[in-house]
Design a binder for this molecule. Structure first.
Ligand code: TXA
Ligand code: MG
Length: 349
């Protein structure tokens, strides 16, 4: 672990940054913080480095990686051409939690793009990420730095839990900010399309480019997702999780019912509901309902925490409203719950 202070002026001169960059140049893989989650970085032009990323994560090789750059203009080095739509989004949101999909020009490892003719690129908004990328002088492919399927890491300790001994090092720049991954937007068609909801909301995108489509598979299970990564179960704690959409009484009934079956119950609730329920073995508090960004920031840490300490058999989690960042939060919650949602019907309320 290389610890760095993210707010110092001369970050680029830190030997920890230099050492991490050195390892990247040698085609080794290194984890570092971004504003969304920790990434596991490797040289996007090296098949060997990319193999190491897939191996460390145990990631299916048909799932392409996002390429990270330190300057907006560097996007032109790897894509056939940008377009007006792409330029507008870049100017409005880079650096930031937005990944843009363009047709690539063949200058990256084909393993990064998993053989697709497109590539997802973003410029992260984190001084440590930018310093590492800049010092390496390379395009850096970086998926989230977790074991494939587990919740993404928002601290260096989470990365260690999953990848200790499997990677060259971790640059520890403290906890990440947004807490959920970047929004992935396909810019290759007539109309921009959200392939994965994330840190930049649909409303924010539409304020800049007008109507934005959403990959239909995000709403309906039947369709195959256009973003390969969206088809896998993800972010799930070991205990079976179910989302509960309804009143406090309905939520309490789920706990009571599970107890009657002899199951140990865990609950995941916002701070407003921290004293509302009884009969559970574990309670993880995740953010405050009145500020969805705090729920996003704390979600992965809360999901991870169920996997250590006292084991539970089932977890009940409260749903959140789908406005703004709520869309990304609900997308991750549904995946973590394998799409199990209990909805209270109007008569019960
Ligand atoms: O915030 C983030 O995006 C983090 C940080 C580290 O930057 N990275 C991240 O990477 O979440 P990963 O690999 O965990 O997720 C990448 C997602 C996957 O769902 C993948 O299928 C999709 O982006 N993706 C990558 N390239 C794509 C492409 N060319 N077309 C469609 N989807 C793509
Ligand atoms: Mg991931």
């Amino acid at each position: 672990i290389w610890t760095v202070e993210k707010d110092v002026d001369n970050l680029a001169e830190s030997h920890h940054i230099q050492e991490a960059a050195e390892r990247l140049i040698q085609n080794e893989v290194v984890a570092f913080p971004t504003e969304t989650v920790y990434g596991l970085g490797g040289n996007a032009q090296s098949d060997k480095a990319i193999d190491r990323i897939f191996q460390a994560k145990g990631r299916p090789s048909d799932n392409p990686l996002i390429v990270h750059i330190a300057k907006r203009d560097d996007v032109k080095r790897y894509v056939e051409k940008t377009n007006e739509l792409g330029e507008k989004l870049i100017n409005a949101f880079w650096p930031g939690p937005l990944t843009l999909v363009f047709r690539h020009n063949g200058r990256l490892s084909t393993k990064v793009t998993a053989g697709l003719d497109t590539v997802g690129i973003r410029m992260p908004d984190h001084p440590v990420a930018l310093a590492v990328i800049e010092a390496s002088g390379l395009p850096i492919a970086a998926p989230s730095a977790n074991t494939s399927g587990r919740p993404s890491p928002t601290t260096a300790v989470h990365v260690q839990e999953d990848l200790r001994g499997k990677i060259a090092g971790i640059v520890d720049g403290g906890a990440t900010g947004v807490g959920l991954e970047s929004t992935v937007v396909d810019c290759t068609g007539e109309e921009p399309m959200i392939l994965r909801p994330g840190g930049i909301t649909k409303e924010q995108l539409e304020a800049v480019v007008g109507k934005v489509a959403v990959d239909p598979s995000l709403a309906e299970e039947k369709e195959a997702p256009r973003s390969p990564g969206m088809k896998y179960t993800h972010y799930a704690p070991k205990a079976e999780m179910t989302l509960v959409d309804g009143s406090d009484r309905f939520f309490q009934e789920q706990i009571d019912e599970a107890n009657r079956k002899g199951l140990n119950v865990g609950i995941l609730v916002p701070v407003e509901k921290s004293e509302t329920f009884s009969g559970m073995r574990r309670k993880e508090i995740c953010g405050t309902e009145s500020d969805i960004s705090t729920v996003a920031r704390e979600l992965y840490g809360a999901l991870r925490s169920f996997d250590s300490g006292e084991a539970v058999d089932v977890i009940f989690a409260r749903t959140v409203g789908e406005a703004a960042l709520g869309q990304a939060v609900m997308n991750r919650l549904r995946k973590a719950a394998g799409n199990r949602v209990l909805t209270e019907n109007e008569l019960q309320k």
